[in-house]
Ligand binder design. Structure first.
Ligand SMILES: NC(=O)c1ccc[n+]([C@@H]2O[C@H](COP(=O)([O-])OP(=O)(O)OC[C@H]3O[C@@H](n4cnc5c(N)ncnc54)[C@H](O)[C@@H]3O)[C@@H](O)[C@H]2O)c1
Length: 464
C-alpha cells in the first residue's frame, strides 16, 4: 500500500481565523484525510486572522487535492495557493555549469582563453591522450538516452526524459564529484544513436547509457564498447546487477546459505534481468531459472532474440518449462525485475526454507512486500518506503569515479563484481540483519569504497 511521501509534497497557504484552536483545527483536517504534515509555518499574524504555510506529504495528486479540499471545508478558512514542491524543485532545471577558473582580468582571460589556450589545443593535437589531463574529459560523463524506457513510464521521448537525466547528473556530482551531462537524443534508431554517441565521445571520459529500451540497449552498448576508447555502462543493466549481487551476498549471509547451493529464479529477462543473470553466473550459483512474460526460458522455446537465446543456453540446467509459479517451487531466491503483482504469499510458501525475495518492479513490486514477509526470511524492493531498498545510486557514482580516476578505457565484469563486493562490505557483520542487507544511499562510505574497488580492478585488468 502506498504511503504519503515527499514525491507528492505540497505546500498549502491558508488564511484562517485567529483563535487558540486554529493550528489544531488545520493540522487535524490534514490528518483526517491521511496527509502527513512535515512543516507548519506562520507567514502572517493579524488580530483577526493568521496566514500559514502547511507542508505535507500525500499519496498521489488526487490525494493532494483531497487535503486541500479538507482545509478549505473548515469554517472561515480560505486556501490562497497550493504549490507542488516537486514541480518547484524542477523549475529551470536541476543542474548548471560553473567555471573552475577565475576570469577577473586580461591576464586570466589570456590564459583561460585566447591566446594562451591555443598552446593547450596544440598539445592535445600532438598527443590526444593529453585531453584526459588538460580538459573536462578527465571528469565528465555523458548520460545518454533516447527516452524510450523512462523509469517505469515507457516511451516518453527525449525531452520528457530530461528531468531524469538531470537528476542522474546531480547524483553523480553529489555522491562522487563526477561532472555528468544529459544527452537526450531525438532518435530511437540504433544506428543513429551509436553514430551520435561516437561523434560526441571526444568530450567524455565515460558514457552512461540510461533508459534505453531492451533489446535495442544490448546492441547499442555492445557496439559502442567495441568502437570507443572510454567505458560504456548501461546503468539499467549493470548498475542494477551490481546492487542485486551485493544485496544477494548479504541476504545469503543472513540466511546462512551459499550461492553455490542456491536455486535462483530471475523473473524478467529485459535490461535488468539479463544483466543480473550474466553477473550472477560469474559467481557460480547452484541453478538459475529465467522467467519472462512467456514463462520459464529454455532452449526449446524457439526464442529468436539473441539475448534470450544466450540466457536459454546458459541457465535452466534441468531444462524445465512452466510458469513463474512453477519456477518458484523449491527455489531459494527470487529476483523480480518484471511487472507488478505476479505472485503472492502462497507461492513464497512453496519456496525452499528461508527464502529470499527481491521484488524490484517499480513502483509496484512483483509481490506486496508485506505479503512476501509472511514466509520470506529476507525481502528487498526498489522502494524507499520499505527496508532494503535496492537502488542503483549505490553503484553508478562510485563506479564512474573509479573508472575516471583509473582513466579506464573499458569496463569489465571483474570491475562490476568488485563494486558489488564493496557495497556488500560496507554493511558490517554487526549491522547485518534481515532488514539491513544494503547500506543507505546516503552512507558516504559507499561511493568511495566502490570507486576504490573499481580503481583496483582496473589496475589489475590493465584497462587504465
Ligand atoms: N533497483 C531497482 O529497483 C530496479 C532496477 C532496474 C529495474 N527495476 C525494475 O524492474 C522492472 C524491469 O525493468 P527493465 O528495465 O529490465 O524492463 P524491460 O522492459 O527491459 O524488461 C521487462 C521484463 O519483464 C518481463 N515481464 C513482463 N511482464 C511479465 C510477467 N507478467 N511475467 C513475467 N515476466 C514479465 C518481460 O518479459 C521482460 O523480460 C521495472 O519495473 C523496473 O522499474 C528496478
Amino acid at each position: 500500500m502506498p504511503v504519503p511521501g515527499p514525491g507528492y509534497s505540497i505546500t498549502v497557504r491558508v488564511e484562517a481565523p485567529s483563535s487558540a484552536s486554529a493550528a489544531g483545527d488545520l493540522t487535524s483536517a490534514v490528518g483526517r484525510v491521511g496527509g502527513v504534515i512535515t512543516a507548519f509555518d506562520v507567514v502572517e499574524s493579524h488580530p483577526d486572522r493568521v496566514v500559514v504555510d502547511i507542508t505535507c506529504n500525500a499519496v498521489s495528486a488526487n490525494h493532494a487535492r483531497d487535503i486541500t479540499d479538507a482545509l478549505e471545508a473548515l469554517p472561515g478558512v480560505a486556501v490562497r495557493k497550493v504549490s507542488d514542491r516537486t514541480f518547484l524543485m524542477h523549475l529551470g532545471g536541476k543542474i548548471e555549469v560553473h567555471a573552475k577558473v577565475a576570469l577577473r582580468n586580461r591576464d586570466d582571460l589570456s590564459r583561460a582563453y585566447t591566446p594562451g589556450v591555443a598552446r593547450i589545443c596544440q598539445a592535445i593535437a600532438e598527443n590526444p591522450d593529453d585531453a584526459r589531463r588538460l580538459t573536462i574529459k578527465r571528469n565528465t560523463v555523458a548520460v545518454v538516452t533516447d527516452g524510450s524506457a523512462v523509469l517505469g513510464l515507457g516511451n516518453l521521448g527525449p525531452a520528457a526524459a530530461l528531468p531524469v537525466m538531470e537528476g542522474k547528473a546531480a547524483l553523480f556530482k553529489k555522491f562522487a564529484g563526477v561532472d555528468a551531462w544529459p544527452v537526450c537524443l531525438d532518435t530511437q534508431d540504433t544506428e543513429e544513436i551509436i553514430r551520435t554517441v561516437e561523434l560526441i565521445a571526444p568530450v567524455y571520459g565515460g558514457i552512461n547509457l540510461e533508459d534505453i529500451a531492451a533489446p535495442r540497449c544490448f546492441e547499442i552498448e555492445a557496439r559502442l564498447r567495441e568502437k570507443l576508447d572510454i567505458p560504456v555502462f548501461h546503468d539499467d543493466q549493470h548498475g542494477t546487477a551490481i546492487c542485486v549481487v551485493a544485496a544477494l551476498r548479504n541476504a545469503l549471509r543472513v540466511v546462512g546459505k551459499s550461492l553455490a547451493d542456491c536455486r535462483i529464479v530471475v523473473c524478467g529477462v529485459g535490461a535488468a534481468g539479463s544483466a543480473i543473470i550474466r553477473l550472477l553466473l560469474q559467481r557460480g550459483p547452484g541453478d538459475v531459472l529465467a522467467v519472462d512474460v512467456d514463462g520459464i526460458v529454455h532452449p526449446d522455446r524457439g526464442d529468436t532474440d539473441p539475448n534470450l537465446r544466450w540466457v536459454a543456453e546458459n541457465t535452466n540446467s534441468r531444462r524445465v518449462s512452466g510458469s513463474l509459479h512453477d519456477a518458484l517451487v523449491g527455489a531459494d531466491v527470487v529476483i523480480g525485475v518484471s511487472a507488478p503483482n505476479l505472485f503472492g504469499a502462497e507461492q513464497v510458501a512453496t519456496m525452499a526454507v528461508d527464502p529470499v525475495v527481491f521484488a524490484l518492479a517499480n513502483p509496484d513490486p512483483e509481490i506486496d512486500p508485506l505479503e512476501a514477509q509472511k514466509h520470506a526470511a529476507v525481502v528487498a524492493t526498489g522502494r524507499s518506503d520499505y527496508p532494503n531498498q535496492i537502488n542503483n545510486v549505490l553503484a553508478f557514482p562510485g563506479v564512474f569515479r573509479g573508472l575516471l580516476d583509473a582513466q579506464a578505457r573499458t569496463i569489465t565484469d571483474a570491475m562490476l563484481l568488485a563494486a558489488a563486493d564493496a557495497i556488500a562490505d560496507v554493511v558490517d557483520g554487526d549491522q547485518l540483519n534481515a532488514s539491513f542487507i544494503v547500506p543507505s544511499v546516503f552512507d558516504t562510505a559507499v561511493a568511495s569504497a566502490v570507486a576504490e574497488a573499481v580503481r583496483r580492478a582496473a589496475g589489475t585488468s590493465h584497462s587504465g
